[in-house]
Design a binder for this molecule. Structure first.
Ligand SMILES: Cc1cc2nc3c(=O)[nH]c(=O)nc-3n(C[C@H](O)[C@H](O)[C@H](O)COP(=O)(O)OP(=O)(O)OC[C@H]3O[C@@H](n4cnc5c(N)ncnc54)[C@H](O)[C@@H]3O)c2cc1C
Length: 456
């Protein structure tokens, strides 16, 4: 694993300078909040803020629904139980639920060793540990939802090219068919792991290259196990199988980047055989393979998630290895807490860029972010390490989890994203929009739960 520190922007003094209007500048559009990036995290934040009486703009470089959209691509996301609750709080779950496959059990094992454990939703008294949802489904639910909000403007395709601080707000320059200037009280950078805004603001960022890639591919298997996800550690790298209904699974195979070319070059039959070998016939033969795609993996951490009137969220703030399926879930908890904070500021008639309150939000999220990042990084190191001694410890750990239910339940709760302090949206309260109504009442009275129970 190699570690890089992102070089400081050459134009480090620029963001602080006041931008003077140029003669040929178009008149500025004005918003309360500008969200840069309408990917899974930026668009979810806009949806969470919808009940507030704020003018919001979401600027997205690639049009929603286009096949080149990098956030809503062919990936499948394991959405945790906690994230379902947040989507429910926003009023989006009814649009997502019909195409979500519940995970009732997660089976974790190490190929060729005795160590294994199973996490069961029933043991935790919940309907599911999480859900398997195609990113495209999340994308279309979000774009439809946002299109129905009069005070949220979706500007796509458009790119934020430059941001400059002013005394009472931020001035952002957009590159679309014509140049546009947007002023706002707050800018949220949700523009992904290679965030241009983070770079412009000269926010120190650490990047650890794992030297690995995730190969994703949808497969069909001969003997599916309904609603069961598999996490399998093998000498060829960890394999995850996420159930998608009937005999279909989403496969995520983490491989050393040096082996990537060989895996992508395999014919379908050879690839299916190699993946099936990892499971020792537990699911029978792997019978069909979809398109294979690879994602290089690194851990990205911004040293600071706030500067002046800018808050950094999602992959721009922290991008994790997908081994534990936590990246988006963690970010959704962040944006639910940020929505709480912005709702409180608005209800109190405060300033959206209030450094004190935004600082409190960052402080509140630190524990979950650090814990989830360390947990994911530790899993990556332990489960991709070929040393026999590490393998031994790994197996003892898995056996210990199987034999000691409290430890297993703790791991399951971590996976479900329900450890620690939960934002209002995750508690089913809706954000405080100052009307005394919950987001559910404001948006989706039917969204309380598709199973009929109200989530406490
Ligand atoms: C293989 C793989 C599997 C994963 N599986 C899971 C999982 O099971 N569970 C989970 O929780 N997480 C998972 N993740 C992580 C998850 O995908 C990310 O956490 C999530 O995509 C982050 O979303 P984002 O909106 O922050 O960033 P992105 O998805 O990168 O979106 C950023 C958006 O900003 C736009 N943009 C960029 N620059 C600009 C600009 N200058 N102006 C305007 N717009 C701009 C881009 O077009 C893009 O739409 C996985 C990741 C990978 C790679």
């Amino acid at each position: 694993m190699t570690m890089k520190r992102k070089s400081k922007a050459k134009h480090s003094s620029k963001p602080r300078s006041r931008r003077h209007a140029q003669v040929d500048d178009p008149p500025a559009l004005d918003f309360d909040i500008l969200i840069a990036g309408g990917g899974m995290v930026g668009a979810s934040l806009a949806a969470a803020l919808a009940p507030l009486a704020l003018k919001i703009a979401v600027v997205e470089a690639v049009r929603f629904g286009s096949c080149g959209q990098p956030s809503y691509d062919d990936r499948i996301t394991a959405v945790s139980w906690g994230s379902r609750r947040i989507f429910e709080g926003i009023g989006l779950w009814p649009q997502i639920a019909p195409q979500a496959t519940a995970i009732h059990c997660i089976h974790i094992s190490d190929r060729g060793h005795m160590g294994m454990t199973r996490l069961h939703a029933a043991e935790l008294g919940v309907e599911a540990l999480g859900y398997v949802v195609p990113n495209r489904v999340i994308g279309s639910a979000l774009s439809e939802f946002l299109a129905g909000q009069k005070h949220i403007a979706l500007l796509a395709p458009a790119k934020i090219e430059a941001v400059q601080m002013q005394s009472h707000g931020i001035c952002s320059t957009l590159e679309c068919e014509t140049k546009k200037i947007i002023t706002s009280r707050l800018l949220v950078a949700a523009d992904g792991a290679n965030s241009k805004i983070r770079e412009q603001l000269d926010i120190d960022t650490r990047v650890w290259d794992y030297g690995q890639s995730a190969v994703i591919c949808n497969v069909s298997v001969e003997r599916p196990q309904e609603h069961t996800a598999f996490e399998r550690f093998t000498s060829d790298g960890p394999l995850a199988l996420l159930p998608m209904g009937e005999d279909r699974y989403a496969l995520v195979w983490t491989v050393d980047s040096a082996r990537l070319g060989g895996i992508l070059a395999m014919g379908d039959m050879e690839f299916l055989q190699a993946a099936a070998n990892g499971f020792n016939g537990r699911l029978g033969r792997f019978t069909k393979a979809g398109k294979r795609q690879a994602y290089p993996l690194s851990l990205v951490r911004a040293r600071s998630q706030m500067k002046d009137r800018v808050v950094v969220v999602g992959n721009a703030a922290h991008s994790l290895h997908p081994i534990a399926g936590q990246g988006f879930n963690l970010s959704l908890r962040d944006i639910a807490a940020l929505a709480d904070t912005l709702a409180e500021i608005t209800a109190a008639g405060g300033e959206l860029g209030d450094a004190h309150r935004l600082g409190a939000y960052i402080q509140m999220r630190r524990r979950d972010q650090t814990g989830t990042t360390l947990f994911t990084d530790m899993l990556t190191r332990v489960f991709t390490n070929p040393l026999a001694l590490v393998g031994c410890a790994r197996n003892l750990g898995l056996l210990g989890l199987e034999l000691f239910p409290p430890a297993r339940h703790r791991l399951a709760r971590l996976n479900m994203g329900i450890n620690g302090r939960q934002p209002r949206l995750a508690r089913g309260l809706g954000i405080n929009d100052g009307t005394g109504r919950t987001a559910w009442e404001a948006h989706a009275p039917s969204a309380i739960s598709d199973t009929g129970h109200r989530l406490a």
